[in-house]
Design a protein around this ligand. Structure first.
Ligand code: ZN
Length: 308
């Protein structure tokens, strides 16, 4: 059930929302934060944590093992350090497994995601009929997107969040306040905050450049954009997008914030450049570092809007 056109995507998103809201209604939930336990119980699902290293017997002090076993142990340890698959839905035993290194917020989102695979009818058909190994990468990517949408609908209670953010000022402190109300990660909340805005606003999520070695020359860009999202009004205003991999200049306040490892938030004027036609927009920005990424929340400056 892959949606391809814009209207098909909207219809699919609406169906995912109605499935999530039906589950919330069945559980009598209308206020945040949404308790995962109640949803799991309604679906008759248990929950457990896992790690990839659990698959190996514990290594006793002084114990020797074959090179093959040692290599496998090392591979699984790497999978635990760089966790790609955070959750697993076991449709036979009715268990949602989440990786044991996840933070509470990440575990909640991952649980909502796995509930999506369970609750969306076309997912259940596929998961009960065949293993993930039988599915094409395109099918898997669509299913993952669906489950992420389902998780967003559950965590933010459909359009309740959208109605609520209309009353708040745009800013990092608002997003931090909403994370406490909805018990969601800063990243998921910031992203949904921007996508729910009727005003023009964008979010750039920046992290150290993946192509950097262990050292860089002073003055070289340290950070690059992992991804950027924009509200529909911002997309119309800019007429473009900010590509993944866009370098953040060394002198940008995001670099200092990242290097200071501080979770204070700072404000600064900035000029955003949008691909593919290099249009520029003078913005007000607020920056925040959450220990993983630097978030740059941007909206057009008043001066720029007055001159238009
Ligand atoms: Zn999934």
């Amino acid at each position: 059930m892959a949606a391809t056109t814009a209207s098909e995507v909207r219809a699919q998103r609406a169906e995912i929302r109605s499935t999530a809201l039906a589950l919330l209604r069945e559980c009598g939930i209308s206020e945040p934060p949404v308790p995962t336990d109640t949803l799991l119980a309604a679906c008759k699902l248990d929950t457990e944590t896992f790690s990839y290293s659990d698959r190996m017997p514990p290594l006793r002090p002084g114990q020797r093992e074959s090179a093959k076993m040692a290599a496998r142990r090392e591979l699984l340890a790497h999978m635990d350090i760089d966790v790609k698959v955070r959750g697993i839905l076991d449709t036979q035993d009715h268990v949602v497994y989440t990786h044991n290194t996840l933070s509470p917020d990440q575990r909640r989102f991952c649980t909502f995601h796995e509930l999506g695979h369970f609750a969306l009818p076309w997912h259940r058909e596929l998961f009960y009929q065949c293993s993930e190994l039988d599915m094409s990468p395109e099918t898997l990517a669509t299913l993952e997107q669906d489950a992420n949408w389902f998780a967003i609908e559950c965590a933010f209670l459909g359009d309740r969040f959208e109605r609520e953010v209309a009353d708040y000022r745009i800013g990092i402190s608002t997003i931090r306040k909403l994370t406490k109300i909805y018990k969601t990660s800063f990243e998921a909340t910031a992203r949904h905050f921007v996508e729910s805005q009727t005003a023009p606003v964008a979010l750039l999520v920046a992290a150290p450049r993946p192509d950097l070695g262990s050292s860089i020359d002073a003055g070289q860009p340290l950070l690059a954009v992992r991804y950027a999202v924009a509200s529909p009004a911002m997309r119309r205003l800019s007429g473009g997008y900010i590509p993944t991999g866009t370098l953040i200049p060394w002198r940008h306040p995001a670099t200092e914030l990242y290097l200071s490892r501080s979770n204070r938030q700072i404000s600064a004027p900035d000029i955003l450049t949008f691909a593919s036609h290099s249009s520029q927009l003078a913005c007000e920005t607020e920056l925040y570092y959450n220990g993983y990424n630097v978030f740059i929340l941007a909206w057009p400056s008043r001066r720029w809007l007055r001159e238009c």
